[in-house]
Design a protein around this ligand. Structure first.
Ligand code: IDP
Ligand code: MG
Length: 189
């Protein structure tokens, strides 16, 4: 009886953690969770899926123009991330300005918005264990010259602006950025 109470308390803690850490994603196909929601059942598979996350990735205009999409995608998928949705979009400058609102006022903001609206980009939702940090690890530092060997930005980026890819920087921002580009319907697996 006492043991049962401890188990119940531990499971409750998991639920609190889950609801505070953004929208966990389950890839379990047998209805253990509702995609895009915090609803999960208390079975073993949902506990194992606690750290599954989604993140937003963008392949930037020059990398798309240079046909690097497949090569870049391979880096992320080989690193354990699954691309669950992607679409090519040619964003207007005002759409990019809204997306990068957090950088408004910085010296590079206008150039960044010009660049990101200069041609089609590939926007993608990636899913996997600790997807946000995993994506950023595979992507590498903002400045390709400072990025580690073998990272996407080191191998495909040109300079600090033309650095091949965007990746969300937190679970919270990932959810905001994903819903900027994708509807719930597009993310249903
Ligand atoms: P991140 O993409 O690594 O998260 P952020 O600081 O969020 O880096 O910057 C967003 C984007 O703005 C970068 O990916 C890059 O394209 C551009 N950027 C950042 N810093 C500079 C800069 O100092 N000069 C020019 N462009 C920059
Ligand atoms: Mg950023």
């Amino acid at each position: 009886m006492k043991f049962h109470s401890v188990v119940v308390a531990l499971m409750s803690l998991f639920f609190v953690e889950t609801s505070l850490s953004g929208a966990p994603v389950s890839t379990h196909k047998e209805g253990n969770s509702i995609p895009g929601t915090n609803v999960a059942k208390t079975d073993k598979s949902s506990v194992e899926n606690q750290s599954l996350q989604r993140t937003l990735s963008i392949i930037k205009p020059d990398a798309v123009e240079e046909n690097l999409v497949d090569s870049i995608n391979a880096r992320f998928t080989q690193g354990g991330l699954q691309i669950i949705a992607q679409k090519k979009l040619h964003l207007t400058k005002s759409q990019v300005e809204k997306f990068y609102e957090v950088h408004r006022g910085k010296v590079f903001y206008d150039g960044l918005c010009e660049y990101m609206s200069s041609g089609p980009v590939m926007v993608q939702v990636m899913c996997g264990k600790n997807a946000v940090s995993k994506n950023r690890e595979i992507m590498g530092s903002t400045n390709p010259n400072e990025a580690k060997i073998g990272t996407v930005r080191k191998d495909f980026g040109k300079d600090i602006r033309h650095n091949a890819v965007h990746g969300s920087d937190s679970v919270e921002n990932a959810n905001i950025e994903i819903s900027f580009f994708f509807s719930e319907l597009e993310l249903m697996q």
